[in-house]
Every structure is written in structure tokens, then in C-alpha cells.
Write a protein that binds this ligand. Structure first.
Ligand code: ATP
Ligand code: MG
Length: 374
């Protein structure tokens, strides 16, 4: 049988819609492992904490591409949390790349970012710990063969990081099933007899959870569980130039992967990122305050508007990306047709965009007609 994602299999990186980070950045990981041979590493880690940092933030000298945009001291704290005997909880607004950062950390530290639990109101313990193959359970009774490992079981037995997405969306009693695992580092399997009923965590195991501060927040977590995590807040990118470079880079990558041979012109990216930055902070770059809008104008949304605008232009309009493509896709991808926010956007056009010099801003102002009738 072919191994999943082996070179012989047809599940090659280029055939996947979104390959996992360890596959997408396999070359960076191999180069870092090579150069990191002698460096001291925490037990069970594939890379040293310094190399994990270089993997995430990039290292021009070593030809490692930057992936996440954020302060070095923040990433260091995240990595150090994982070296300790506590889990790491990444909190922040939607679209600030909490999930992406947890994926990068898991890929660099464990070489596997796929041990992921998606938290929701319907998440059950079976999906977190383990369940049973009922045919085997009925014929043989509870045995290791009949046990179906879920991500937590696998992380513990293989010594890998487990990602728990949107942990605070799970009911409290389900969240608390992590308590003994995080403090005693064991998983009890009461159904199995003898010594098999306790699974001790191998070196390298830990948990990275994420929680979005706009939905059911971390306040819904028990104090006992909170104590077992180090909390780190992922902030939106404060520097507009860095956000600009990221949006340009990410949209280019996505378009290339989609086989679309155009890219966002620099002046369009500048307009897009400036508009998102200003609406997010409810302040124009000239210092004018605005009514905050209810939509999260995250970098992730800016990237999807840029991508959608380019696809729109490519498939319908000779590949020339115009301001109209950006404005009309802002409605669907970001503002989701929220009436109140569209009103505020119109106000922004009339009071901020209208006064800007430069042909790209004039073109953007003219594109406000796409808001008519919304
Ligand atoms: N600081 C950043 N560095 C790199 N990429 C970023 C950054 N901020 C946003 N992005 C982009 O945004 C995308 C989406 O981020 P992601 O889904 O991880 O956000 P999230 O915080 O988990 O959102 P949610 O709370 O909705 O789950 C990333 O894949 C990346 O392309
Ligand atoms: Mg997420």
C-alpha cells in the first residue's frame, strides 16, 4: 500500500488545495535540520528553539523564507511556553493567524501539524482522546487493536504536538478532559485491563490551543484549565509596510498555486492594505477618527479580497485588476453585506478617500459606485 503523501502516491503537494506546513515548507525544514545537528534540543523536538524561530520568522542568510509576521520576542515566548510543562494558548481577533502560527510551530517542532482537534459545541471526548472499532470491540472486547486513536492519544503516544483549534467553543466538561493530560502527562484508558490502561506521554508531547476573542472567549474556560496554559495574544500586524509585503506575497503564492498568471499591481495592494488598516483601527492615516465597523478587517480578509479581485479580473476581465474588483469583492469577502458597515464604508469613501491625491486613490474613489444598491 502507498504511504499517504509519499513521493509515489498521487497525493503530491501540487495536487493538494492546501498542503500542511511540513509538506509545503519541507525544504526549509530539511535545511534547518541539517544545520541544527549539533544544537541542543528539548527532548522529542526535531529542531532547536533557535531553528524553530528561524523557520517561522525566516532567515535571509540561510535562505529560509519568512512565514509569520510578528515580533521576535512574541514568537520566542510562544516557543518557550512549549518547552515548559504547560500548554500554549494563542488568543486574539479572528484572522490574526493563530491557526497558521500553531500549524507552523507543530510542523517545526514535531514535523507533523495534522494532529488537530477542531473545537465546537458538538466536540466529543471520542474525537479528542480515542474511540472504538465497534466490530472488534464486540468480537474481542476492549483491546489495543480495537482502539481508534484520536489526535490526543496519538500526540501522547508519538511524542508530538497536538493542536486544539477554538478550544473555548467546546463545552467546559469536554475542555476539562485535558486537565489530567496537561498536569500528569498521562491518558487513562479505563476500558483496557492491566498496565495498558495508562498511557504515559512521550517526550515532545504538548498542546497548542487557539481561541478567538470575538466568539465565545477564554472566559468560558475553567480556572483549573487556564492555569495549565501559557496565554499569548496574537496582535494584528501594526506596521502597514509589513502587512503590505505579506498581502502581496500571499496573494502571489495563492494565484500561482491556482495556475493564474497575474499578480496584484503594487498600487492596488497599497490601496487595499491601507483601507483595511484604517477601517480596522477606525482611524485614517491623516489622523481622522471614524466610526468603528463591526466586521473584523483582518489581514486574512485583505488577502482573500486581493485573491478574489485577481480571480475576478482573470476570469471575466482580461486579467486587468481594477479598483471595482476590489470594492465589489470587499462586500462579499469582508463586509458580508452588513448594511450598517456598508453605510460606514460609504462615509469613509466620502470623508477620507475623496480627499486623497494620486491616480490609484482617484480610481478607488470612483469605484464607490459598486456600493450602489447595497
Ligand atoms: N501576522 C501574520 N503573519 C503571516 N500571515 C498572516 C498574519 N496575519 C494573517 N495572516 C494570514 O491570514 C491567514 C489566516 O489566518 P488564520 O486562519 O490562521 O487566522 P486565525 O487567527 O486562526 O483566525 P480565526 O480566529 O478566524 O480562526 C493566514 O494563513 C495568513 O495567510
Ligand atoms: Mg483559527
Amino acid at each position: 500500500m502507498l504511504k499517504r503523501n509519499s513521493p509515489e502516491s498521487d497525493i503530491k503537494t501540487e495536487n493538494l488545495q492546501r498542503p500542511p506546513a511540513e509538506q509545503l515548507y519541507a525544504e526549509d525544514l530539511a535545511a534547518l535540520q541539517e544545520r541544527d545537528r549539533e544544537a541542543p534540543k528539548p527532548p522529542g523536538w526535531l529542531l532547536s528553539p533557535k531553528a524553530v524561530l528561524d523557520f517561522i520568522l525566516g532567515d535571509a542568510k540561510g535562505n529560509i523564507e519568512p512565514k509569520f509576521v510578528g515580533r521576535r520576542s512574541f514568537i520566542e515566548c510562544c516557543i518557550i511556553a512549549l518547552v515548559t510543562n504547560r500548554g500554549l494558548m494563542l488568543i486574539g481577533d479572528p484572522g490574526t493567524a493563530k491557526s497558521y502560527l500553531s500549524e507552523l510551530l507543530a510542523a517545526a517542532i514535531s514535523g507533523d501539524s495534522t494532529l488537530t482537534i477542531q473545537g465546537s459545541a458538538g466536540t466529543t471526548e471520542d474525537q479528542i482522546r480515542y474511540s472504538w472499532n465497534y466490530a472488534l470491540l464486540l468480537s474481542e472486547g476492549p483491546s489495543e487493536r480495537a482502539l481508534v486513536a484520536a489526535p490526543l492519544y496519538r500526540g501522547i503516544s508519538e511524542g508530538k504536538l497536538v493542536r486544539f483549534e477554538e478550544l473555548s467553543r467546546c463545552p467546559i466538561e469536554i475542555q476539562d478532559s485535558l486537565l489530567s493530560v496537561l498536569s500528569d502527562r498521562v491518558l487513562h484508558i479505563p476500558e483496557l485491563k492491566g498496565e495498558n490502561n495508562v498511557l504515559f506521554a512521550r517526550q515532545g508531547f504538548n498542546v497548542i490551543a487557539t481561541s478567538n476573542t470575538r466568539d465565545r472567549g477564554v472566559n468560558e474556560m475553567s480556572a483549573a484549565l487556564k492555569r495549565r496554559f501559557n496565554f499569548e495574544t496574537v496582535q494584528p500586524i501594526p506596521n502597514i509596510q509589513e502587512e503590505f509585503a505579506l498581502v502581496q506575497r500571499e496573494t502571489e503564492k495563492m494565484l500561482k498555486r491556482a495556475g493564474v498568471s497575474i499578480s496584484l499591481p503594487l498600487d492596488k495592494t497599497e490601496v487595499l492594505v491601507t483601507v483595511f488598516h484604517e477601517l480596522r483601527n477606525a482611524q485614517s492615516r491623516e489622523g481622522k477618527s471614524m466610526d468603528p465597523i463591526s466586521t473584523v478587517m483582518s489581514t486574512a480578509e485583505a488577502i482573500s479580497v486581493g485573491y478574489a479581485a485577481a480571480m475576478h479580473a482573470f476570469y471575466y476581465d482580461d486579467g486587468i485588476i481594477r479598483a471595482e474588483h476590489i470594492v465589489s469583492n470587499m462586500l462579499g469577502s469582508a463586509l458580508k453585506d452588513s448594511g450598517d458597515d456598508v453605510k460606514k464604508l460609504r462615509h469613509y469613501f466620502e470623508h477620507v478617500v475623496a480627499n486623497r491625491a494620486g491616480s490609484h486613490w482617484k480610481e478607488f474613489y470612483a469605484a464607490r459606485r459598486c456600493l450602489d444598491g447595497r
